[in-house]
Write a protein that binds this ligand. Structure first.
Ligand code: TNX
Length: 528
């Protein structure tokens, strides 16, 4: 077997993250790929995905040219084929994302039941091609059958603590799509800023968006900005999950509309006088710190519930995806009684939008969430306190769970003590091995595997302000999360080991470099 030219020592598997369900050698010699491939993509259903495949391969130095029937000699052919029965070797519900990739000395074919599968097959092909960037590369004859383990493979970006503009969010979407992730959760509101314009409550962005951690510039998305993000994501098979965090993490909304605050709201730490009484509504200063748990809306007031109904209605109308995330975490200034009362009323109103609601796991304390509500677990790999009970409640209520164990895949944790970026509260620093070496089925005792919708790697932005900062914290750990989300369980795949993964990260290094992704050279990996 001949190996790709510039990585002669690398076995084929070592170029692939996430590792596929199956990869076997094919018959015959290798395929030598120069700087061109002839594209055959006859199916009308591939019209939107084909340009993305062209872009992906162009980034690896390969130009796709149109197949011409009489062009007998010339570059080999890349055939893209939609076939409804293509199942990627796995007979499961997420088969619409499955694909088969075959390479022989005559050419390459990617077959899938859906455009998403074609896209993932092309992502895998791009990983093979990147090994021989700049020269001829030879790919051994092979067959891959691949399909994801989880339907929900997420990344979260906090655009509230620091704001990231549309182009930066698009770049993050490109990155998550590279790793076959398919959901982008946008944390759109927090104490420091409200980041999505709402027509019915315009001061949310007029007044509530101007701050950021450290007194930074702030910013917000217009409806058109948000639609542009959603559309860009959708083209890459990424569903946007918008989050408005309630009833805590609401100081920016209160800056905009003081009447949302409870009568004795004290304001943010070190930034407001405690008002003497509740009339007239006091003005509150924006908050640029990083403390959590000080804010709450006035949970039983009609104004607040009108606000919740208006905001959720507008966001739902702008969002084609099925989910609407309403936070519910760290409501430390809301009494348990008020919290439960608020959740019941707010979730009932929000569910009239038709969206499936998502909450952080604390909301599982409520017995009155709409059936089917999703819980996002953010406690540790070994649950503490009530977190596992609260998480199981979502499943008992006909819902499911997204796992974001903070001590494993909170990619806002420092990589190492001397990392200039990141936090440490979740048992950090968090090295790549820790991000990689955990099993979703084992986090919450008593959950059936079917109850796990998927996993998500959150990136909170207290310490980051730019795409370079995003890359430095997210990479390489986002790739660890992506492999857990996509690849088979370790018991079903010989490549699902830390020693294989750390080798494969080195195989990805030229690719990350060439794509301009500024990963951290984290400890535990033999970076070249
Ligand atoms: C906890 S996790 C938070 C966020 C912080 C994050 C920092 C969760 C639901 N809430 O408010 O930004 O820690 O890591």
């Amino acid at each position: 077997m001949t190996h790709p030219t510039e990585n002669a020592a690398l076995p084929l598997h070592d170029l692939l993250i996430p590792t596929p369900r199956s990869l076997t050698a094919g018959d015959g010699g290798p395929l030598v790929v120069g700087d061109r491939l002839r594209l055959s993509s006859p199916h009308a259903g591939l019209a939107t995905v084909t340009p993305l495949v062209v872009d992906l391969l162009r980034a690896e130095g390969v130009t796709l040219v149109d197949a011409e029937p009489d062009d007998a000699i010339g570059p080999a052919t890349l055939g893209l084929e939609l076939r409804p029965d293509a199942d990627g070797g796995a007979n499961r519900t997420q088969d619409s994302e499955a694909y088969a990739l075959s390479v022989s000395d005559r050419g390459i074919s990617i077959t899938a039941a859906s455009p998403a599968g074609i896209f993932y097959g092309a992502q895998t092909l791009a990983q093979f091609l990147s090994s021989g960037r700049g020269g001829a590369r030879s790919i051994p004859a092979l067959h891959i059958h691949d399909a994801p383990r989880f339907r929900y493979r997420g990344a979260m970006l906090d655009v509230a603590r620091h704001f990231f503009d549309v182009d930066t969010v698009k770049s993050y979407i490109d990155r998550i799509a590279l790793a076959k992730l398919n959901h982008l959760h946008l944390h759109l509101s927090d104490d420091q800023g409200w980041r999505l314009h709402i027509d019915s409550w315009p001061r949310l962005t007029e007044r509530g968006s101007s701050g950021a951690v450290g007194g930074g510039a702030g910013g917000f998305y217009t409806h058109d900005d948000y639609r542009e993000i959603v559309a860009y994501a959708a083209e890459r098979f990424v569903t946007v999950v918008p989050e408005i965090d309630l009833p805590g993490h609401t100081h920016a909304a209160i800056v905009a509309y003081p009447e949302l605050a409870p009568p004795l709201y004290a304001g943010a730490p070190d930034s407001a006088e405690r008002p003497e009484d509740d009339t007239p509504a006091p003005e509150f200063a924006p908050y640029g710190g990083v403390e959590v748990g000080f804010s709450t809306v006035d949970t039983r007031s009609d104004v607040v519930h009108r606000f919740v109904a208006d905001v959720t209605r507008e966001i739902a109308a702008l969002t084609p995806g099925p989910y609407l995330h309403l936070g519910g975490d760290e409501s430390l200034s809301t009494s348990e009684e008020d919290y439960l009362d608020f959740l019941a009323r707010a979730s009932a109103a929000a569910s009239t939008t038709g969206k499936t609601l998502v909450f952080w796991h604390e909301a599982g304390a409520s017995a009155e969430l709409p059936p089917g509500t999703i819980g996002q677990y953010w406690d540790y790999l070994i649950p503490r306190g009530r977190s596992a009970d609260q998480t199981r409640r979502f499943v008992e209520n006909a819902g499911a769970v997204i796992l974001s164990p903070a001590d494993a895949i909170y990619v806002d944790m420092k990589h190492a003590d001397d990392d200039p970026l990141g936090l440490v509260w979740a048992d950090g620093p968090t090295n790549v091995e820790t991000s990689y070496s955990w099993e979703p089925d084992e986090v919450i005792a008593g959950l059936s595997p079917d109850a796990i919708l998927g996993i998500e790697a959150p990136l909170w932005s207290e310490t980051i302000e730019s795409l370079a900062d995003i890359d430095a914290l997210a990479f390489p750990r986002l790739l660890a999360a992506a492999e857990i989300a996509w690849s088979p369980r370790p018991s079903e795949s010989p490549e699902r080991t830390w020693s294989s993964f750390r080798r494969r990260l080195v195989g990805w290094q030229p690719r990350l470099d060439a794509l301009g992704i500024g990963y951290t050279r984290a400890e535990g990996v033999d970076w070249s």
